[in-house]
Design a protein around this ligand. Structure first.
Ligand SMILES: Cc1cc2nc3c(=O)[nH]c(=O)nc-3n(C[C@H](O)[C@H](O)[C@H](O)COP(=O)(O)O)c2cc1C
Length: 223
């Protein structure tokens, strides 16, 4: 082989190799980096696992996922879990397993769901929000990520909108960006539970879906 390598074909071979290298690096430089996926985390804050609030949050997550292949979703159902409210002696309970999911750099946004309890958010929802305290210092981990809310109630006008406002107001303390639903679900998902089911509440389920889609759209813009 060496004997056959004349000056002329050496230059030609080297030139071809150089061109190939240039072309490869140019292609590499121009190829767009694959877009990172974003996780929308839904948190259902009813003490009753798998009931109407979990169904409502899942409806929102399903719509969020449909927005883009980049969107991943996960439901955390707090029903049956032990989560104490904040106290100076940090409780060791089921929140410990949830905290890393909230610190995940892939987290694109949150959808929090609560039943209306006496026109207010559930104690479990309040406890969850209080226990997110470690996400404020030393850095505001949740800052500039969208948060939306869904609320269920046994009455059509049972305080769902008040619950949503309470959740969104509280999450402002984490620097999150409160997001309502796409029109006409401007505030978020409001669902009416009848006989412990939201399956018949088409309007309510649609409001949850409109919220989920909007949270995903904003996450794609902000994160
Ligand atoms: C303590 C308590 C208070 C409630 N207060 C209200 C209320 O103010 N307005 C309302 O519409 N429903 C109220 N409900 C009904 C729940 O909001 C409703 O059943 C909801 O769908 C429960 O969510 P879950 O199925 O996820 O547990 C209350 C239920 C309980 C247990």
């Amino acid at each position: 082989m060496k004997a056959n390598l004349t000056r002329r074909n050496f230059i030609a071979t080297a030139g071809t190799a150089a061109l190939a290298a240039t072309t490869t690096s140019a292609l590499t430089a121009e190829a767009p980096a694959p877009a990172a996926s974003l996780k929308i985390l839904g948190v259902a804050c009813s003490p009753r696992k798998g009931m109407t609030t979990a169904k409502a949050v899942q409806a929102a997550l399903d719509a969020a996922k449909a927005v883009s292949p980049r969107i991943q979703v996960e439901l955390i159902d707090l029903g049956g879990l032990s989560i104490a409210s904040w106290s100076p002696n940090i409780p060791r309970d089921d929140f410990d397993a949830i905290l890393p999911k909230l610190r995940d750099p892939q987290l694109g946004g949150l959808i929090l769901g609560s039943p209306s309890y006496f026109r207010s958010l559930s104690a479990l929802c309040k406890a969850f929000i209080e226990r997110c305290m470690p996400l404020r210092e030393p850095t505001m981990v949740l800052a500039n990520k969208p948060v939306g809310a869904v609320a269920t109630g046994g009455n059509r006008n049972g305080g769902q909108e008040l619950v949503i406002q309470q959740i969104l107001t509280a999450m402002l303390s984490y620097g999150m960006v409160p997001v309502g639903g796409n029109s006409p679900a401007m505030l978020g998902g409001t669902l009416w539970s009848q006989q412990d089911s939201v399956a018949q509440d088409e309007t309510g389920l649609k409001s949850a879906a409109l919220l989920g889609a909007h949270v995903a759209e904003i996450a794609l813009k902000l994160c």
